[in-house]
Design a protein around this ligand. Sequence first.
Ligand SMILES: Nc1nc2c(c(=O)[nH]1)N[C@H]1C(S)=C(S)[C@@H](COP(=O)(O)OP(=O)(O)OC[C@H]3O[C@@H](n4cnc5c(=O)[nH]c(N)nc54)[C@H](O)[C@@H]3O)O[C@H]1N2
Ligand SMILES: Nc1nc2c(c(=O)[nH]1)N[C@H]1C(S)=C(S)[C@@H](COP(=O)(O)OP(=O)(O)OC[C@H]3O[C@@H](n4cnc5c(=O)[nH]c(N)nc54)[C@H](O)[C@@H]3O)O[C@H]1N2
Ligand code: SF4
Ligand SMILES: [Mo]
Length: 850
Amino acid sequence: MSSCYFGGVSRRTFLLGTAGVTALSQFPLSPLAQAMSEDRLLSAKPGTGKWIATTCNGCTSFCAKQIYVQDGRALHIRGNEFSKVHGKASCPRQYLSLQELYDPDRVKTPLLRMNPKKGQGIDPVFKPISWEEAISLFADKIMALREKNETHKYVALRGRYSFLSDILIKNFTTVLGSPNAITHSSLCAEADKFGSYYTEGGWEYRQYDIKNTRYVLSFGVDPLSANRQVSYYCSEWGNMLDHAQVAIVDPRFSSSASKADEWLPIIPGQDSALALSLAHQILVNDGWHKAFVGQFIDGVNRFQSGEVVDPLAFNELHTYGLVEWWNLELKDRTPEWAETVCGISAEQIKRIAQKLIAAAPKVQIWRSRGAQMQHRGAYTTIACHALNGLLGAVDNEGGVIQYNSSREDSVPSAKEFVDDLAKKGLKQERIDRVGRLEWPALKSGKSGGGVLTNVVADSILSADPYKPEIVLGYLNNFTFSAPGTQRWEDALKSVPFVVHVTTNISEFSWFSDLILPGSHFMYEKWGVQGSCGNMHSQVSIIQPIIKRLGDTVDDESGIPWLLAKELDKRGFSNPLAYLKSIRDPETQKEPITGDELGLYAAKVVTQPLWDPAKYVDGDKFSGWDEFLQKGVWNSEPYQFRQLWGKMKTKTGRFEFYSETLKSALSKHAEKHNTDVDEVMRICNYQAQGEMAFIPHYEQPYRFGEPAEYPMLFIDHKSRLNREGRSANNQWYQNNLDIDPGAVKHQDVVKINPIDAQQLGLKNGDRVKITSIQGEIACQVSIFEGVRPGTVAKAFGQGHWAYGKVASKVFGQEALGGNNNTILPPAHEHLSGAAAFYGQIGVRIEKMIEG
Ligand SMILES: Nc1nc2c(c(=O)[nH]1)N[C@H]1C(S)=C(S)[C@@H](COP(=O)(O)OP(=O)(O)OC[C@H]3O[C@@H](n4cnc5c(=O)[nH]c(N)nc54)[C@H](O)[C@@H]3O)O[C@H]1N2
Ligand SMILES: Nc1nc2c(c(=O)[nH]1)N[C@H]1C(S)=C(S)[C@@H](COP(=O)(O)OP(=O)(O)OC[C@H]3O[C@@H](n4cnc5c(=O)[nH]c(N)nc54)[C@H](O)[C@@H]3O)O[C@H]1N2
Ligand code: SF4
Ligand SMILES: [Mo]
């Protein structure tokens, strides 16, 4: 791997710093060390490099970065000082991107599969071919679909992306005549957005005013490791601890729990019981925030356990439906009840309620995928967020804030380039079945508004609604990242033509017919990304900082460009006409290469930020050149309480009784000539009647009977994961143990000493983990930081492809086991989110190595 850097100190700096150049020859160096140091001396010229701006895509924090480039090589990385979100601060994972870039296992030329037989352990026999051959083949396949009038049988799948991905995924797919532009959003965190939308009306994530807060209660979020804006929270968390207390609810002892005042090791899937009992306790103790929620007309608190309250007695202010919520659900949700359900003592619940009341409104309730991406998680997400409403923390100083609006444009639409043939294809049902009765996916209040990424595998396998003929995947690895991986393997085996745009031969590539070598997201292409935190939002540039390695092409603009040109040669000119409509906003020039297309698209999308003629607010630039040099635009700081009285819900208020959800569910039911009760049943919820519209308790669905699968499985992100992408880096494997309980170069399952003793297990034993879905093998790490009865395992290891470091035997044997092999492909149907958490029963058995 990159021989130029060793843990942030270059070998040369080290040598110079200790001995000096002239003294080098006096040291008895081994021949290898001699060769390396001479090589370094020849290539390194101090002072000739410069810092260039780009954006990290290691996670959904999308931090603005500066890269030190010298002699065409990227050597160092730091946070962009011009960012008002995180400044120079970073999480530890920024460095891993350098190893991703210079990964010796990167694909550098198009590859064509020669072995038609597909499977793990079966060599695909990839043959290097030219770009001309590759794109010509791809274009032929698309033309064949057009000739058959079956353009809908083209499916585009995307994983991580920049704002320019709309060219390749959304718009290109539309012009080709397919409705199947499928994003990875429902594998990511759709249930999270559901919680905000159906209470306060924004289908988006949140930021947290930690500089002014006094109490943080987190349902599963580990902000020092994951979630959004890890860099900012890592740098500011320590200061926050001077003025705020922290309680972390997580069945696993996370990095953030290790620095918190209280850890609440909840029984998996039972977060709503805790949240509802906290709400109960806040109300009976007169602790709601009167300036936001309102007050009893006579000032006398009538919220008493078990007692119904007259709605007319309460004068509600900026919220809606508090008394209905109390009467229908909260009045019986006492801490004593919750203790029996969620495993947290009534005494601890009462103490935390008191602390929240004392600190309100400067409190913040955070919620992670872990607490929400569960089969019945929709109501957990609104139950947790409703606490922010009760305590007046919504849109308030020290509380939980929506993202600042940012001013970038979208990629130009492709509407006028859709011909009649394509229009017919666009009318076909989308491959993910979204909007069917059992798949409401109510994004932004719309029946079928979301996406069902993981359903696509089932659709392909059962040819329902139809069998695709071309699948294009880009920056995605669903054969690894989606629960029920085996289904994806089988599905891809059955598709006649699979194309993967990738940097590495990952598990998805292994089942592909054509591999197109993609640019590295941060270093080799044009793009635009956004982030939010510290009361600012930012939009930052991604630019080609180094000459692309090998024969790689910009995935979001270069690939559609090459393809459009080939289609044009075959008489289908609309795709190229569309791409040519994306002109340089300064000179009005049409692009004549894929790289120009990338540049112009980046300029178009960011024009409202850098063009003085379009200036609205936030940072101001003299023009494109200055924006490019700084690399990031920042919004004005957030103005608190701007949404009080004007939330984007049906009632304009923060809804405890969600009229917004009622409307969305009712429309979905009407579309299918049925009622909301039937929708609830079909989506496997217990609620009937009015309960469907309020935060309420749902018994978590258990996958696997306790007798057969006695333990509960907890998935979490490794602190060094760059989603599914960093495991082929030595620095990842060498430093994995920065996560509590983890072991370098290993994949471990963390087991409480009490359980380990019962199962007769010791550290380092190999075990088999079996669920209703499948089985994996890994090593035991005995760790007190998991609740007895549960086992925790980080997502990230278990690659059997990707490269020589990530796998044990590339293409054949995994390093450890992939969690998604044992996670059942379940969903939270109302948001469309895949369900990775909740009560996933597993059995742990010691393996006797022969
Ligand atoms: N068990 C479990 N599963 C999870 C999660 C979890 O916490 N636990 N997290 C989920 C979440 S939140 C998400 S967002 C998804 C992410 O899942 P995906 O969207 O599938 O993304 P990755 O797994 O990161 O895979 C990206 C793939 O793109 C290719 N690639 C890597 N770098 C580049 C590049 O720079 N350019 C190009 N063109 N290609 C590249 C590689 O083939 C790589 O495998 O995973 C989900 N899966
Ligand atoms: N280090 C790192 N950070 C990342 C990423 C990454 O790959 N690596 N990816 C980014 C992406 S794509 C996303 S979407 C965000 C997601 O960030 P978050 O939404 O915060 O989600 P995760 O960290 O996936 O959530 C899993 C957490 O929930 C806990 N958990 C599991 N089950 C339960 C439960 O029943 N109750 C409770 N209370 N907790 C439970 C787990 O122990 C773990 O701490 O993170 C981003 N940040
Ligand atoms: S990995 Fe995430 S938090 Fe870390 S630097 Fe990259 S984008 Fe920021
Ligand atoms: Mo995600």
